[in-house]
Structure formats: C-alpha cells, structure tokens
Design a protein around this ligand. Structure first.
Ligand code: S3P
Length: 193
C-alpha cells in the first residue's frame, strides 16, 4: 500500500521524531465497528510500526474477555483497566494504537494518548456501523437486538471523537486501502508539527 518513497519518508520522520521526542504513534479512535482493528492491522503491515490493541491488552493482562469483565465487575471497573492499558501503550513509541470506542469518555486517556500520538478518528455513519457489527455479540454496550440504544450511545459520542481528533477520516464509502493512505498522508503533516 505504501510506495517505497513514502516508506522512506515515514522511517525518516519517525527517526527524527524519536530523536526530538515528538509524536511517533498513530492512535485510532472511533465508535465500535468503525474499523479501528482492521485499519490498525493494515497500518501495521504497511508502516512496520507495531500494533497495540487496547482491548486485547486488557484481555491478555486480566485473562478475561471484555464482555465478562463488564458482566462480573461493571463498566466503571473496565474503564479503570482501560486507563491503565492506555498509560502503558501511550508510553511506547512508534506504535499504531487501536483504542476501544469508549476511550474518549475520559479526558485523562485523551491527554495521555495525545502526548505521543496523532489521533485519527475513523468516522462512520451508524448505518455502516450496524452493517459491520452484524450479529456479533462480543460487545457489551452494543446489543444488536436493541440497536436504538447503541444509536443513542453513538450520538452521544460524536462530539467527543471530534474534539479528540487531529485527523478525521470519513470511512463510509472508502475501502480500507484508501483509508490507510489518507491516514498516512495526514500523519506526515501532523507529525511534522
Ligand atoms: C466500548 C467499545 C469496545 C470495548 C468495550 C467498550 C465502548 O471496543 O472497549 O466493549 O464503550 O464503546 P471496540 O470499539 O473495539 O468495539
């Protein structure tokens, strides 16, 4: 997906930013089903930066699935684990960080992630989200039998994503390669600041 010249540009930029302590991470934010994991994997392949998935790191650390953490200990406990995982990920350099959809609920998370990373909001319409999430039952805050509740949550989150974002990419009518290209083009601009 990345041309050789772009790859060299990215490596040079990352080196410069590592030396000058500037941003080297790409942080993906957006609602459940907005494609953070898919785009994260694609960017990992094309940039050579390593992918950290915040939800996965919580599951690995607790040896418990997110759904079970919610069921056993509730959302407030999950949010504490999420902030701990964000702290660890944000300290790293040269990473792609795929966050959970609710990471923007806490300003503390946003501040931590913004210190080392460029924030990319993967924007999708609720219609697209529903298509992507399908009938999957792994998300405790997205009951596919009651999409109206998820839609209310979606609406309440929009302003938070927008406020936290350095880059907004509308993903609705784009393939993943195109989304990846737009992110990298804008990352060059943001990371040079
Ligand atoms: C959540 C999104 C989920 C996960 C948890 C809570 C949210 O991640 O962190 O179920 O509050 O939006 P994904 O966005 O990767 O599905």
């Amino acid at each position: 997906m990345l041309q050789t010249t772009d790859r060299h540009k990215l490596i040079k930029l990352s080196r410069r930013n590592l030396l000058t302590n500037k941003k080297t991470n790409i942080v993906l934010i957006g609602f459940m089903g907005s494609g953070k994991t898919t785009i994260g994997k694609l960017l990992e392949k094309s940039t050579g930066k390593k992918l950290v998935d915040i939800d996965k790191s919580i599951e690995q650390k607790t040896k418990t699935k997110i759904k079970k953490i919610f069921a056993l200990y509730g959302e407030a406990h999950f949010r504490k684990l999420e902030t701990l995982a964000v702290k660890v990920a944000a300290k790293k350099k040269n990473m792609i960080i795929a966050t959970g959809g609710g990471v923007v609920k806490k300003q503390e998370n946003i501040n931590l992630l913004k210190k080392t990373g460029v924030m990319v909001y993967l924007k999708s319409s609720f219609k697209t989200i529903v298509k992507r999430v399908g009938g999957r039952k792994t998300r405790p805050l997205f009951d596919t039998a009651h999409p109206e509740q998820a839609e209310a949550l979606f609406k309440s989150r929009l302003a938070l994503y927008k406020a936290a974002a350095d880059i907004v990419v509308d993903t609705d009518k784009k393939g993943k390669n195109e989304v990846g290209k737009i992110i990298l083009k804008n990352f060059f601009i943001e990371a040079l600041k």
